[in-house]
Every structure is written in C-alpha cells, then in structure tokens.
Design a protein around this ligand. Sequence first.
Ligand code: SF4
Length: 774
Amino acid sequence: MKLDRRGFLKFAVGGVVGTLATPIPWDMLDESAKFTDLWAPEPAKGPSSFVHSTCRLCPGGCGITLRLVEDKSGRDEWRGWHHKEFIDRRKLPAVPLRAVKIAGNPDHPVNRGGICPLGAAGLQLLYGTNRITAPLKRTNPRGEGEAAWEKITWDEALNIVTGKLREIREAGNSHTVACILDNKKGLTAELIDRFFRAYGSPNVITMPSQEDVETVGLSLMQGTGGHLAYDLENSKYVLSFGAALLEGWGAPVHNMMVFGKWQGASEHALVQIEPNCSITASKADKWLAVKPGTEAALALGMANVIVTEGLYDRSCIARCQGFEGFKALLESEYDPRKVSEITGIPANVIANTARAFAVTKPAVAVYGRGQGVMSGNLAEFMSIYSLNALVGSIGAKGGVVVQREVPFSSWPALATDAVAQQGLAQPRIDGEGGEIKHGVCMSHNLTAALKSGAVNALVVHEANPCYALPRANKFEEAAAKVPFVLALTSCMNETARSADIILPVASYLERLEDVTSAARVPYASMSLTRPVLANVPEARHPGDVFLTLARAMGGSVSSSLPWDNFEALLKEKVGGIFASRRGRIGDQEVAMLGSPDELWEGLNAGKCWYEEPIFGGGGLTFSPQGRTPRLEPVSWMKASREFPMLLVAYENINIANRRAVDTLPYLTKNIDNTVLQKQDLLVRVNPETAGRVRLVEGDAATVQCPAGRLSVRVHMDVGMMPGVIGIPLGLGHSNDDPFLTGKGVNAYEILEPELDPVTGLAVWWGTRAKLIKV
Ligand code: SF4
C-alpha cells in the first residue's frame, strides 16, 4: 500500500481523534501484521489477549497495547514469540503466546489510543535479520575490510570487557574511557552515567539534540534547568519556527492528537515558519517561507511590532529584566521593513502575524528545527523565546513551561576511590563550551578527541554515532583508531560494526524500564516498558549488564551500584513517587494509595503515573550576561560563488531518525517515491533552482558541499524555496538490514558543523552546496 501525504494525515490525525472515517489506519496495521508474519514460524490464529506497555522508539512516550494470540505451531525455537509471564516469571502459559499487533493504549494520557507508523511497526524490530542474538567478538582487525565475528558466551564477553576496563583503570587512565548514549533521560542512562563516574570517567556524552541549546538558553534567561514543554493543547495561536509538529518533533502522536482537536475549530491557528512546505507547513493556517538561518531576525521583527505598538503583556514584562535594552535594540535594528529584506517575508505579513500572535490568548512561540535532532544557535533560541515573554506565555497555561521532574527517590551518595576522583578531575574530552562554559555535551568534538588518541576505550550504548554524527564517516575513521570499542545494541548498525565486542541488549518489548515524561508535553509522566515477550536468546537488559560489570570491577564501583538487578533499582526509585504523594496513576491519586506496592502494581499493569504542570506567571532576563537576542548569521548563509545554493536537512516521519532505531521494513515500504525511488534518494528543489542547472524531474545529480559529495536524483517541488536543496535524513544505511542497506545516501556525511562562538555547540542543519548534473 502506498501512502501519500494526504493519506498519512488521514491516518495520523483521523486515527488519533477516533473519527476513523477512513479505513487507512486499519489497512496499515494489517500491513504491519503481514510483515510481521514474514518472520513468524507460522501465522498464529486463535483467541486474543492484550497487554499494555510503553513505546520507546522515540521520545514521544506513547502507551501501547500488544495483542497476543496463542501459537499452536508447536515450534519452540523462536522463544521471542512467547508471552513472558511477568507476574511470576517461572510460569509460562501452557500454550505459548505470540505478539501480532501493537496499537495505542486509549488509557494512556500522552497518546490516548493514538499510534504512529513507527510505533505500530515495532514488532519488526524484534525479528529483523540484523537482530543480534548472542555476544559477538571481532576476529579481524578493525578498519580492515568487512568485519568478521565469532559468537562467544556472556561470561567470555564480560571477562574481556572487565579486563580492558580494569587494565585502563589500574594504569590511572580511567578518564580515557568514553561512553556515548543517545540521551541521558531515564534510569538506564542515569545508571550508566553513575557507573562511569564511579569508575572515574567524566566522559559520558550524548548525541546532539535541540535540547542542548535550550539547556544553555534556559539557564541564562531563567536560571533554571529542565526540559522545555509547550502546552499546545490549550494554546490558541502557535508560532512554530520550524518544529516538525506533525512529523516527529516532541511527542508526535500527542501533537497529532492536539492538531486533530483543532480541526474545524476556528479559534486555533498554527503558523509554520520554514523554507520547506513540510507536512506541518501544508496543514498549517499560514506557512511563512523564511530564508534559512534568518528565523532570529523574523522573531525580532515580530517583537518590534509587539513592542512598538504596545501589544505586549505588561504584567509579564514587569517580571522580566532587561526589557528597556531589548526594546532599544528592536527599535534600532529590527524594523519590519529591514527584517523583510533579511528574511524574505513581506513587512506587512510580519506585522500582521505579530499582531495576531500578541492579541490571541494564549499564544506560544515554539523553537525548533525538524524533529529536534540537531543543536542550533543560542541567539536564535533567545530571540524566539523572548516572544513568549512579550505575550505573557512563560509558565502560562497555553504557553511554555519547564517539565516537573518525576519524583523518583534520590540516588545514594556516589562512592569514589582515589582513582575515580583523579579521573573525574580531568576535563571532559568534548570540551566545556565556547565563551560560556556549560555542562552540555558537545558530541561534535568527539571525532577530534578520538583522533588525538585521548580515548583508550569507547563504549556505545544504543546510539549510532558512526551513522548520525555530523561528518559521520569521519567519526567512523576516528573510532577505528580507538584501541577498544564496545557496542551495546539489539541490532547490527554502523557503529556496532566498528566494535571489538558487541553485547546484545533486550528490546523495549523484552525489558522492564521507565519511560519518563514524553518530550515537549507539559505534564510529567512515567510509565513502564514491560517484558511482554521473552528475550531473544542471549539478549540482556543493559541495566543488568552494567550492574554485572560493576560487581566484576569490585571496590567503590561495586558499592556505588549495589542493586541485584535493574528491576530492584527501578522499584526503589519508584518508591520516591509514592513517598512524594504527588500525581495520579490512572484515575487514582497517588496520595490515596496505601503502599508503594500498589503504585508498583499499577505501573506493572501498564498504567501511567502523571502530574499536571503548575502554571504561574514566569519571567526571564532578556539580556543575560549582556547578551541581547539578535541575528547571528552562520557563515554558510553568506553568498558563495563556488557553492551558490544552500543544502538543508529535513526529516520524514516514515524514516526513523532516532539514531538507535533504524527504519523498519514496513516503513521502508511506505517511503514516498518523491523521497526514494528504488535505491536512489531524491533531493527536493524548486523548479527554478533545477532550471538554473538544467535539471528536470528524476535527473541524476551530484550534491557537492564543502565537506563532500553525494549522488542523488532530483525531485522538483514548488514547496521548496528557490536556491535551497532539501535532503532527507535517515537513509543511506549500511547496517546489514536487507530492507534498508543501500537505500539512498547518508546526508549526515556532508553536514559540516559550524560552532556557535558563545556556546561552542554545533550549528549544523545546513551547509553551502551546488547541484551538478550527471
Ligand atoms: S510517537 Fe514515538 S513513542 Fe509514540 S508510537 Fe510513535 S514512535 Fe512510539
């Protein structure tokens, strides 16, 4: 079944709001089941049972319901098909159960029954041909031809890993061990971070994210940490500066659900600002095609109108600092006519949009580019965030809030011996920042650190930097020089292929784990992924792997991680929620529960704990440390004779782009033929741009950038700004998955990061380019 843009929107929005006016949602789920059957020993029929869990294929945190059927095939070699009895794990049902479908859980507050195509296809993650089913040891040197592997036992694998870690630590070099994670959200990530701090390494580094710049910006402007969230559900006017609200940004199904509620309700408006007519832009009330990189100027032009026409919220401004200086800057530099020349948006459109944004209450300005997997520049964040202060939306219902922390019990004090203290005193290998020093990870600096010989061992947990860091190919070359590389992953990917040892980890349908607060959703939440299915042979919970490693290391590393297993740790942490008496689980107040066990049982039955945000008038500092929001153009925005075009990356919801999860077979089938035709990736260009270099629809071409070149085909699209080339992220894998390998090219390879001088963070969503006809 081919799904076009309109079809997808019917699925995404119709499905989640429950109208189901179209059969598309069910057709798609049937398709999912058929693909699942491809890997089944035999299709299973019979009575169904249902189990609730949580999806963790993206930061959306949706509740899911798995349908299980009795498998009477009598074939037992696929242990993974069997339903794991998680009340009493020793008891297996007389007839094994097999999961055949994933749907949204209607009782989960984040998605209320909705599900996205990736979540619906999750079963395929379990049984793909690139699933790793035993620990693997490399038998040929890294960097020399195709990797060759031998299966080893867990004991052998853990002996090798502890031997290496011990050797490095005993030599006083614990700080030369680095670990890469996709992000630090959730108890497994916190446990891993704790392991390395107890070991003596400060180098647990996360992949880049939009949140990196937000963290620095929030700290400067509001003096706080935490995760920004937007109360879209209660907002009447959303000004989105490029956030792919309907294509994977934040909590995608939640956003679609909100958008579905807006349909036909005239009091809601969405204005999408980006150079590309994306799905979000095409469904918005207004699309402003801004010149890439000038969003900060546009935000300040709007701020100028709000301030000079006196439309700002005086009570909020009274809580802010630095308003007079900000106002003076707006008046002197960001008149709408001047901003029009910078951004390409007519002055009257800037002014009218600003007025509508200011007078419609509540309204919110959303900072973001695409799905949010790239960091950006601080000045842009500050400019856009300032708009929220002008309309009184900081901390307000329908505005922007900082998510409350889930009240887990605190970690016990970390025990650090002399070696650990000496290691932790060393500077982090990714640096401390730019002009401003901050603790945010700067993974773009890893390639240089690896090349310099600063890393003796690299541990990668459920991340794929060899594919998804900027200049990914350069990172892979640098990783080949690290003496020892360990990958923990459930499926073979580009980074695992560069490892010495691979440890297979259980997938999210096979392990018990917290999923903490869906991204960008204003309330705090926590629900569990549950071992609905037994592990594929040999796969283990990553938390258990690090607890085992800690015991093997002994001393203060072991005493810092005293739990028998991850489940014991999780249960202890959940006790903090009970003790706080905060929030609800399902429809019950936590304060009304009699014991922590009741809360634990509720979570284990698939219920979600959640807590409403506390709204209240917040303010900010417009010019923290004298840094007033302004346009700070990145160098690739300057005209170049050699590279006359601008290449910008964009994302597609049918292409998994979350680094640790690859696109699944069923989704590969649904990639639009304007994105991928057979093995060829298509870039989107305006017909005028294509005409400049005599290209027509479907022509083969080379995209040449300062960092390298890729072979593509051309798709002409009036929805792309002239002079801009749009390239999709998430394709061009070489990960041994027959459904994905060789399909398209990897845009991450030619995206060269430029550093924000203030934060030192990479600004890497675009680059100069030219198109050459082949
Ligand atoms: S939006 Fe994210 S969390 Fe929700 S079903 Fe899709 S992949 Fe899973």
